[in-house]
Every structure is written in structure tokens, then in C-alpha cells.
Design a protein around this ligand. Structure first.
Ligand code: ADP
Length: 451
């Protein structure tokens, strides 16, 4: 039997992964009908909103949705119909770190994956290729296969593929147009290899074939965790060095630049900062830690946990530096926090360093003004509430204000001496000097001298 030429795709989960990925597939494959389904009505309404107020912010995304929506790209809450009509189904539901039970704090919560898989099993009347796109620990595909096979019907077979997403939030659309690689994992059986060819046929509409890597199912699942763990490890390494720079007067930007010119290392991901955030790095490393522990590889677990520990330390260290520089106390002092999302060009706040910082400032009884043009106010309140479960929202709002603009932090209106803490190394030497000339005391991560 020849591999199916896919013309109908359904994506379960209209979030940061499923939304942009399937929108780009719709754009690049006009002959394929793509339906993105989600249980969350308000999310789907936002995707369908007449004025394109999409639920996630990603440069270039709106343009893609404008071109394809209601042409060959559809958004719906009718999950069952989406499943029934499709030949190929992406599962891109969220898999947060478990908060309770076995593996709490490190294992992934696979409840959503299981629910979606059971729905596929229940609703399908024709054969499907089921593609695992959520970040999941190794061998989740096996569980999905067990559920699907136990519920299969005559003339209705399920083939499972793993196709992890490597896009970075903030550059998702560019990454999807031009991926370093697309990775597809399958069972090495004739049916598995056929399913792999079918998915390859979708990406081949715009990705050169030498960039499409096909591997075994488990290698594919592990690659996603490994890639994120190694990226995060670079950040923790440079952040560890930033502390040495501060203590010795070296400049982390100079060190990182010089280190990065070594062609074996390369220049990317060597920017020191207040710590990495986002939904993936910490979660994927913790998955790797949990996996290693389950395999009784305790040294391996300890090694990767160190990357997360360093990140937590870096966040705490930055908060403590603010307190120390402000003469040992920030009680009653007003601090403006510019940016609440976990990095630039996204509205995603998951695991953002800003949340930890503001929580720490609150516990020192500082008065905090937050400004972020991409993050809705309700999201800020929800995140701060989750970070301090023992404080009421009222108490939090006594200490934190969400500002409509960055202007409220102007030097003129500030008590002197006024400080700027650069946790992202956004200021180069020129900007630092300009700020210093106005009268600011500028303190940056990874720099021993303050000016
Ligand atoms: P990610 O960054 O992994 O894409 P998000 O939280 O942005 O994560 O998106 C995941 C989406 O999956 C959410 O919009 C959520 O409502 C949806 N979802 C979770 N479980 C299911 C399910 N069983 N069926 C349909 N949609 C689901």
C-alpha cells in the first residue's frame, strides 16, 4: 500500500504550538484542509475574531491567519468532528509539570494527552495517522498506541508518529518557514514507515528534504528533551559565569562574545540574563530528570537538575542584588518592572523570571509597577496569585500596580539616587553612559562595575 497523500489535517490544541504550526501548514499547503480544535471556547472565539485579535501574540502570525482563515484553515470547538473528518491528527495539547501525586514537581501531566487520545479512539471511523506534537517524556507514544489499539475497530487502524516542535516563541513563524530540521519518529515497521512518508509529504511542500530527518519513535521523543536541556544548559553556564564576572569586574558580554567565536561553540544562546523562562526549558529538563530517576540513573538526574537549580539561583540572586543596592531594604520603595512575559516578542508569561522577581519584591514589601504591552492585566494577576498562594489578590494589589505605559518610570519623578537594573543586558556601553549622564545608577547582570 502506498503512503496516504494527506488532504485533511486536524490539530487538537489551539495553543502556542498547535496554532502557529498548523496555520503555517495551511499557508504552505493550500490543497490541505486544516482544522484546529480546542475545548476552550474563548480561545477558539479569539482565533475566529473578525478583527484578528488572536489569543497568542507572535510576529507574522496574524498575516498568516488572515491569508488562510476560512479558506483552508478553520478553528472550532467541535473536537469530535475534527477527529472524524481527518486523515492525520496532530495532538498538541499542553503537558504541564505535575503539581500533585507521583512525580509532582518534575513529571509531565499527561492527562490532556490521554483525554485527547481516548477521544480519537472513540470518534474515529476511518484509519488515522496520529502525530504526537506535545512535548512528552519518552515512550508516551507507546501509551497512546496502547489506548488506540485497545479501542480500534475493523477497517480503522492507527499509526503513531512523533514530530516534536522546535520553534522558539517570538520567532515561531520564521522558524516554521525555515526550520533547521523537521524531525519525524516512527516505528520501523512497513506501516510506521508509510505513515512517516505521509507526514514527510506534508512538510515537503516547503521544507527541503535534506532538512527532514526520520528516526525511530523513541529517538524522536528523546531528541526534543535533549535539545531543550542542552539549550538551557548553555544559558545556565553563561549565567554561572556572570556571577564570577560581577565578583571580579570582568564583563560577561565580552566573555560571551569571545567564547562564542570558537566555531565549536558558536555565538548563540550565550546571553547572560536574569534566568530562562518559558513553558519548555524547565519542564523538559525536569522530564529528563524524572526519566533518569525512573531509570535509576541518579547521577544523570543530578547533572540535569543542576541546570534548573542554577536558573533558580540566578533569579533569586538578581532580586537580592536589587535589595542590596537599594541600601539593604526595599520596603515601601517603588520599583518599575518593564516586561512581564518570559522574553521579548511574546505575550507568554509561563515560568517568566518577572513572576519570581515580583513575588520576592512583594515579600520585601516593595511597591511594584508592572508594564508589558503584550500581556493582559488578568494574566498578570493570575500569575502573581499562583506565585503567592497564601496572599489574597487584594493584598497583592496593594503592592502591585499594572501600568498602562513605561513612562511612569521617568527619572524626573524618581527618588534619588535612582537605579536601573538591567536583567537582560539590553543596554550596551552607549546606553549605559547615557543613562548615567542623566543621573541613573546602572547595574547590569555580569558586570562588576556599576556606573
Ligand atoms: P502549548 O504551548 O503546548 O501549545 P498551550 O497551553 O498554549 O500549550 O495550548 C494547549 C491547548 O490545548 C490549550 O488551548 C488547551 O485548551 C488545549 N487542550 C488541552 N486538552 C485538550 C483536549 N483534551 N482536547 C482539546 N484541546 C485540549
Amino acid at each position: 500500500m502506498a503512503p496516504t497523500k494527506v488532504t485533511k489535517i486536524c490539530c487538537i490544541g489551539a495553543g502556542y504550538v498547535g496554532g502557529p504550526t498548523c496555520a503555517v501548514i495551511a499557508l504552505k499547503c493550500p490543497h490541505i484542509t486544516v482544522t484546529i480544535v480546542d475545548l476552550n471556547q474563548s480561545r477558539i472565539d479569539a482565533w475566529n475574531s473578525p478583527d484578528f485579535q488572536l489569543p497568542i501574540f507572535e510576529p507574522g502570525l496574524e498575516d498568516v491567519v488572515r491569508q488562510c482563515r476560512d479558506r483552508n484553515l478553520f478553528f472550532s470547538t467541535d473536537v469530535d468532528k475534527g477527529i472524524r473528518d481527518a486523515e492525520l491528527i496532530f495532538v498538541s495539547v499542553n503537558t504541564p509539570t505535575k503539581k500533585t501525586g507521583v512525580g509532582a514537581g518534575s513529571a509531565a501531566d499527561l492527562n490532556n494527552v490521554e483525554r485527547a487520545t481516548r477521544r480519537i479512539a472513540a470518534m474515529s471511523t476511518t484509519s488515522k495517522i496520529v502525530v504526537e506534537k506535545s512535548t512528552v517524556p519518552c515512550r508516551t507514544a507507546e501509551s497512546m498506541r496502547t489506548i488506540l489499539e485497545a479501542n480500534s475497530k475493523p477497517n480503522c487502524r492507527f499509526d503513531i508518529l512523533s514530530n516534536p516542535e522546535f520553534l522558539a516563541e517570538g520567532t515561531a513563524i520564521a522558524d516554521l518557514y525555515n526550520p533547521d530540521r523537521v524531525l519525524i519518529g516512527s516505528l520501523q515497521t512497513p506501516e510506521g514507515l508509510d505513515a512517516c512518508e505521509s507526514l514527510k509529504g506534508v512538510y515537503a511542500n516547503w521544507v527541503p528534504s535534506e532538512h527532514i530527518l526520520t528516526v525511530g519513535l523513541w529517538s524522536s521523543e528523546l531528541t526534543k528533551l535533549a535539545a531543550n536541556a542542552m539549550l538551557a544548559q548553555r544559558i545556565s553556564s553563561i549565567n554561572a559565569l556572570s556571577a564570577i564576572c560581577e565578583a571580579t569586574g570582568a564583563n560577561i558580554d565580552e566573555v560571551a562574545h569571545a567564547v562564542g567565536t570558537d566555531s565549536r561553540l558558536g555565538p548563540k544562546f550565550l546571553k547572560a540574563s536574569v534566568g530562562f523562562g518559558g513553558s519548555c526549558f524547565q519542564k523538559d529538563i525536569l522530564n529528563l530528570v524524572y526519566l533518569s530517576e525512573s531509570l535509576h540513573l541518579n547521577e544523570v538526574a543530578k547533572y540535569w537538575r543542576g541546570v534548573v537549580d542554577m536558573n533558580e539561583w540566578q533569579k533569586r540572586r538578581f532580586g537580592q542584588k536589587v535589595v542590596k543596592e537599594l541600601f539593604g531594604t526595599i520596603t515601601g520603595k517603588r520599583i518599575a518592572v518593564l516586561g512581564f512575559a518570559f522574553k521579548a516578542d511574546t505575550g507568554d508569561t509561563r515560568e517568566s523570571a518577572a513572576i519570581t522577581l515580583i513575588r520576592d519584591f512583594q515579600s520585601e514589601r516593595a511597591l511594584v509597577n508592572v508594564y508589558d504591552p503584550q500581556v493582559p492585566q488578568e494574566q498578570i494577576w493570575q500569575d502573581l496569585q499562583e506565585a503567592s498562594p497564601s496572599s489574597s489578590l487584594d493584598t497583592i494589589q496593594k503592592h502591585v500596580t499594572v501600568s498602562p505605559s513605561a513612562i511612569s518610570a521617568l527619572y524626573k519623578s524618581m527618588n534619588k539616587p535612582a537605579f536601573v537594573f538591567d536583567g537582560r543586558l539590553v543596554f550596551g556601553n552607549t546606553e549605559r553612559e547615557r543613562l548615567a549622564n542623566i543621573g541613573f545608577k546602572v547595574i547590569s547582570i555580569g558586570r562588576g562595575d556599576s556606573i
